[in-house]
Ligand binder design. Structure first.
Ligand SMILES: [Zn+2]
Length: 407
């Protein structure tokens, strides 16, 4: 823990506590138990809109660890309160329960050398186990805080969930308007401090037509052909050099059989940019491209044939924004990283923190330590080597915000 860098006062005062010093060693000593815990929680299936079993498991953990007011709220978030000397400041410490994977996915965790393999093992198994490890360390060393900490497993962080869990928590749930700061643990790593929220828009595009026989009705406008034109147009989008801007057709569907003109084709599209103006430009291009694709396909039809219909639905929208680098929360995370001898990296991403940031609540997202790869694929892996560094940083930030109760 020695460093030439001068920690900011909160980190220094947190570090001077003997309980905290002991708690920091907790994560190394219990590395195997923490990994076992991660395997347990990640083995419980959790698909978008199918997080209930995992939420119940986490609620039982929260109860067993002595949190109060343990609850699964109306949206499905799992909550547990660590009471400090005072109800405020109230810090939310969260990780997301959901994964991107379908309900029939095999969530069994397999060990391969140092690696753990399972869909969602890192995203967000890392974060969920970080919550449990933090509570355990705080409890074991009988650390008392000034402010209170609301631990939350959120639903709906990924994809179509569209941040529904954190949105409910902060705008409609019983804790809405009481939260002073927000910290989310998402994925692995120990240097990243995500203080900028990456905005995104997600669309479902549906193209429908009369359909017919591939030979007998040839000449009818074909929804899959139109969709193909649409994808090709989007793929040709002239990207700006800066800011980073991306698009993705993540899912397509349509048609029934090889010798029928389909009645329907659809796709899900994700548009992102580091700047709102660029996202707007991409969005306009996308809408125009979809229209043109349908029009071009319609132009090939025989006289008198019905037109294809194009439907574009917004299925997700994530606000952008930032918690400024000079804000106490970001400075605290930066100092906590440096104290561990690691160079912090401010970063932009799309996480649960987008929502509190858009509401003006200071929020950052941190990694829970370790390394991972093949995120959002069935080959996702996590390596817990040196995970304790991520958890140490997490503890310093959490206690830095909540403050230690020395009375
Ligand atoms: Zn995630």
């Amino acid at each position: 823990m020695s460093s030439l860098l001068k920690p900011s006062p909160p980190v220094r005062s947190v570090l001077s506590s003997p309980e905290v010093k002991r708690a920091l060693t907790f994560f190394e000593k219990n590395a195997e138990a923490i990994t076992d815990e991660q395997i347990s929680i990640c083995s419980i299936p959790a698909s978008p809109f199918g997080e209930r079993a995992r939420a119940e498991y986490l609620a039982d953990k929260f109860k067993a660890l002595g949190l109060s007011e343990v609850d699964i709220d109306e949206e499905g978030n799992c909550l547990g309160l660590f009471k400090g000397a005072s109800p405020s400041p109230l810090l939310v410490v969260s990780a997301h329960l959901d994964t991107v994977f379908a309900p029939d996915t095999d969530f069994t965790v397999v060990r391969s050398g140092r690696r753990l393999l399972a869909p969602g093992i890192a995203d967000d198994g890392c974060g969920l186990v970080a919550l449990i490890a933090l509570i355990r360390a705080i409890r074991t060393e009988k650390i008392r805080t000034e402010g209170s900490i609301l631990f939350v497993g959120t639903v709906g962080e990924e994809g179509e969930g569209n941040l529904r869990g954190v949105r409910y928590l902060l705008t409609r749930g019983r804790w809405a308007s009481k939260v002073d700061a927000f910290l989310s643990f998402d994925g692995p790593g120990v240097d990243r401090v995500t203080n900028r929220a990456l905005g995104s828009r997600r669309y479902r595009v549906e193209i429908t037509g009369p359909g017919g026989h591939s030979w007998g009705d040839f000449g009818l406008p074909n929804p899959v052909h139109a969709l193909g034109r649409a994808v090709a147009k989007l793929a040709g989008y002239p990207l700006p050099r800066e800011p980073r801007t991306t698009f993705n057709v993540g899912r397509i569907e349509g048609g029934v059989t090889v010798n029928a003109i389909p009645e329907k084709a659809m796709m899900d599209v994700d548009l992102r940019s580091g700047a709102d103006a660029e996202l707007q430009r991409l969005d306009s291009f996308f809408r125009r491209a979809m229209r043109q694709a349908a029009d071009e396909e319609n132009a090939t039809r025989r006289p008198g044939d019905p037109l294809l219909e194009l439907k574009i639905d917004l299925i997700g929208e994530r606000p952008s924004g930032e918690t400024p680098p000079g804000s106490p929360l970001v400075e605290l995370a930066v100092e906590a990283t440096k104290v561990l001898g690691i160079e912090p990296r401010l970063d932009q991403s799309s996480t649960d923190s987008n929502l509190p940031i858009s509401l003006g609540i200071p929020a950052i997202t941190l990694g829970g330590g370790g390394t991972s790869g093949a995120s959002h694929t069935l080959a996702e892996w996590f390596d817990p080597t040196d995970r304790d560094l991520g958890l140490k940083r997490a503890l310093l930030v959490v206690l830095g915000v909540a403050g230690l109760d020395h009375k």
